[in-house]
Design a protein around this ligand. Sequence first.
Ligand SMILES: Cc1cc2nc3c(=O)[nH]c(=O)nc-3n(C[C@H](O)[C@H](O)[C@H](O)COP(=O)(O)OP(=O)(O)OC[C@H]3O[C@@H](n4cnc5c(N)ncnc54)[C@H](O)[C@@H]3O)c2cc1C
Length: 267
Amino acid sequence: MHTNELPKHGKIVRIEEECQDVESFFISSKMEALPGQFILAWIPGMDAKPFCISSCDGSRFSVTVCKVGPFSEKIFEKKIGDTFSYFGPYGTSFSIPENQHLATVGGGYGAAALAWVAKEAKEKGCSVDFIVGARKKESILFAKKVKAAGMNVIITTDDGSAGLKGRTTDALADLIKNSRPDVVMTVGPEMMMYYVAKMCQEQNIPCEISMERYMKCGFGVCGQCCVDDLGIRMCKEGPVISGDLALQIKEFGKYHRDRQGRKVMYG
Ligand SMILES: Cc1cc2nc3c(=O)[nH]c(=O)nc-3n(C[C@H](O)[C@H](O)[C@H](O)COP(=O)(O)OP(=O)(O)OC[C@H]3O[C@@H](n4cnc5c(N)ncnc54)[C@H](O)[C@@H]3O)c2cc1C
């Protein structure tokens, strides 16, 4: 399937538990990548599946994996010193601003990619508000690390067990009212990104989102991740696209397609 390149292999040099069923795997391997890009982790004989790169310094990168099914469970079996095989990096990246006020809005493992975005933006003179949401306190990802790096973190939880009780979009609405960001970047559940993109469009704030679709080849050949009606490939023209472009995609916030191409509505 992956005829345009050979797989790459690195060694796992560190594993960090981020919360229950979410771990970051640090892999020693030469890589040039930008925040928002992804790799296809390859387990020979099983499959190759997409994961965002959550950090990369040229000689080492990390992916933050949520254990949800057979493939991610197999990654969780890996130990320090084991080989990690992958293809990529692939896809588009976030446009890191300079000397601006950036707000990131993250949910689930989306916070991992945004933590890297926030770090790069801070290094380019931006002030960063890192909004991160979860169902409950124990599931909040990357808040401590981002706070320790000197950025403002705004936590929301559905049950109110930490930070503001409510949604990340409520926190973004408050932020826009009180300290309007110049630019917004979001990664997380699609309905969350949909409301963020809509809010930003209404407020005329540039916004970028990372749109996930079922991916097979990862480099634009198979067409599995094309979206209705525009037909653009999320592995090649995405996953990072502008909020305005996302809102032109008919299926954004409404449905996606499974491995067989069947429509799955967002509930
Ligand atoms: C661009 C992109 C970036 C991603 N980044 C991350 C990340 O940083 N961390 C993380 O934990 N997960 C990430 N994912 C999702 C990850 O690919 C799936 O969780 C993983 O493939 C699940 O496989 P599984 O066998 O463990 O579970 P399964 O039981 O096979 O699937 C669980 C769910 O994962 C999704 N999924 C499964 N296979 C694929 C696939 N080939 N392409 C897209 N979605 C799939 C489906 O929605 C499915 O319902 C990303 C997906 C995309 C498209």
